[in-house]
Design a protein around this ligand. Sequence first.
Ligand code: ARG
Length: 601
Amino acid sequence: TSRRLFLRAKASSPTTMANEEVTGGSLKQQLAKLFEESLRITVPEELDVDPAIAPCQNPKFATMPWACGQKLKGRAPFKGPQPIGQAIMKNLPASEMVDSCSIAGPGFVNVVLSRQWIAKSIQKMLVDGIETWAPKLPVKRAVVDFSSPNIAKEMHVGHLRSTIIGDTLARMLEYSNVEVLRRNHVGDWGTQFGMLIEYLFEKFPSGEVASDQAIEDLETFYKASKQRFDSDPAFKERAQRAVVSLQAGDEKYRKAWAHICEISRRGYEKVYQRLGVHLEEKGESFYNPYIPGALELLSKKGLIEESEGARVIFIEGKNIPLIVVKKDGGYNYASTDLAALWYRLNEEKAEWIIYVTDVGQREHFEMFFTAAKRAGWLPAEDNKYPKTSHVGFGLVLGEDGKRFRTRSTETVKLVDLLDEAKSKCKAALIERGKAKDWTEEDLEKTAEAVGYGAVKYADLKNNRTTNYTFSFDQMLNDKGNTAVYLLYAHARICSIIRKSGKDIEELKRTGTLDLVHPDERTLGLHLLQFAEVVEEACTNLLPNVLCEYLYNLSEDFTRFYTNCQVVGSAEETSRLLLCEATAVVMRKCFHLLGITPVYKI
Ligand code: ARG
């Protein structure tokens, strides 16, 4: 250990690193790196110190919002944190990043970030692009299983939530350089097809399944067939035989099935296109061939038991077992999910598999995740990879507090909802007098961006696990925490830059950013925390964290803009760069949230 002490002495000698690289990664990651070495050589191993770097909550430290803390977990004799804190500070390598450090209470070292370093990092981002701010995540490839409606049944608001939340998570992971397999696990297999096909054969005896039936008609047929199924035993029997024929690969049934899927797919595609969401369909049927093999593996591990004629997996702490083969010998949702998980882990080599559905399905996911852990497919510890996560979300409520529905139909037609948001936005633009100097195309494009953005943001800004109330009035308000407000705020920043008459690209290269005024510093620091926030939103799978950041950013900008003159001031160049940096970060937030930014308003 004396060698270590020697190293320590060397590290603490004040070496100036004038041209130190701004290394990228989140602020937290960069600070962690800086502290790593110091902690390693300072802290006795037997203390088992778990270094934690977290923003400092104390507003008194407005200019020093980062603390390098050490949580002491060990039971080894310990003489109080002070000496260790001192040693950590002493051994911190000289860095352009840090102005000064101080001991802040037991076990914490407060860090004052250098104003110049903050400014320099922001300017570097402006030149090199915001991609250089992407956080580093511990996985290379992930599956995000989202949207996943059920063929022939309605694509309800829950699927809209899944689509919006899943897309955002996929975008955030993609930004963080994770390869994302965007999977649409559509319900395209199962007993519903028997009754539906049988019903359609009856209705269209000439053979062709009403070639141009839109998805809405399929829903009607589905409901009618379900009614027949429940009330007419003869029909029920035929429907059950139809399932067998379909699964045996009978051509006539396969064709009808494929056709029904195709009709539904076209309906979904319209919604995805409007939302700007890209998905790759691998429906339940895709995993069908893998079910026997997957169950065989589980069986070999002794996990599958016989119970009341079915084959099941008993899960500790659960009253009912997970059924994997039904009494009639058929497979189900759970067996498909187990096969899909096997496929994703072994064939697709995904390290993180994320499922986005309503919270009502939590039990299902918990159960088959547990089964997979017991089979050794997944490590038992939750913080190890490969891992699975269920991203559950709450209900969408109407303004009456009940489950959201429209007057005429039982569920809300998603496309209608988007149409309505758009037309309301267009009306608002016209009311603001935009029809005079904007082209029709401008109006349409802006109304679309704002309208669809409003629907998405109203969903994403809530903690996903809670229910939220769908209200056009609320989401289309141009004040408060709404997409409308944020999109307008961004457009206003763009117009400040435009109206300055300066070439911002030129300024990025030749100008210098400095953060003199306290409001500039606050804004600058907030910008720098972007990667941090994306990292947190990814790690905890919480898009609302990014929404909150975006809203606060726009508030910080407003405060800066109110108190600091930009155009015509002595600090014009620096402040225009700060405006541009804010606009760039806001745009990236919009992009990650699947919202199209607008540039004028
Ligand atoms: N189709 C299901 C539903 O509508 C969602 C599927 C979610 N994904 C999965 N792998 N189970 O509820």
